[in-house]
Write a protein that binds this ligand. Sequence first.
Ligand SMILES: O=P(O)(O)O[C@H]1O[C@H](CO)[C@@H](O)[C@H]1O
Ligand SMILES: O=c1cc[nH]c(=O)[nH]1
Length: 241
Amino acid sequence: MPGTISSPAVPGDPQPVHLRPTTALAPRVLLPGDPGRALALAQVVLGDDRRMFNHHRGLWGYTGTAHDGAPLTIQSTGMGGPSAAIVLEELAALGVRRAVRVGTAEALDAALAPGDLVAAAAVLAADGTSRALGGPERAELDAALTGALAGAVRHTGLVVSSDLVYAVDAAPARAWRAAGALARDLETAALAAVAARHGIAFGSVVAIVLDAAGTRLDDERATAAGEAAGEAGAAALTAAG
Ligand SMILES: O=P(O)(O)O[C@H]1O[C@H](CO)[C@@H](O)[C@H]1O
Ligand SMILES: O=c1cc[nH]c(=O)[nH]1
């Protein structure tokens, strides 16, 4: 019918709607939440052939050749599980096979210092999106990517994903800490659930921007920490080949 486009042929395998790529994408991708981090990483980990391929919905995406000579895409997911799930679902339809979230997070473990990087070996799903997708309460992330990240960062372990940055109740954080979670973000669990549905190898590394005592990094140091997570993610995609 004029003025319409064909609906997805296969439920769960949609035509990209929120991403509008203007060029082919790489089969491997870094997934920062923050579009600004996507731009900063594009300038650091991609060569001179880098180009922006998406700005629709403010989801800045870049693609080019990484320092290992292979194509690499960097796509921001926005904040929260629902946005992240949309983005990875559409990247799956666009052929992505390996993905690493390169994010920021709040520490639960008092041993973590602001600026520390944490590789998520596993994620506890305390968010609505991963549960709506039928994901497990606890998901293990890709062993090869996690192993490569673990070699580059100070902490590797359990991360939890929730739906609230501004919590209204301290009890959940106490329970996550008791379960051994080192840090909390919003997207790792949702991305793990989408990745599992599509057979995408998925890892996650997060920079601590708020410690367990409530000390928050200033903008400059938080930006640098997020970029360090991004560089660790790019190196892990190379190392885990
Ligand atoms: O810095 P990014 O990757 O966006 O990740 C974290 O920062 C946002 C909250 O400040 C949430 O998206 C959270 O998961
Ligand atoms: O979940 C998060 C991640 C980064 N910073 C926060 O304050 N919360």
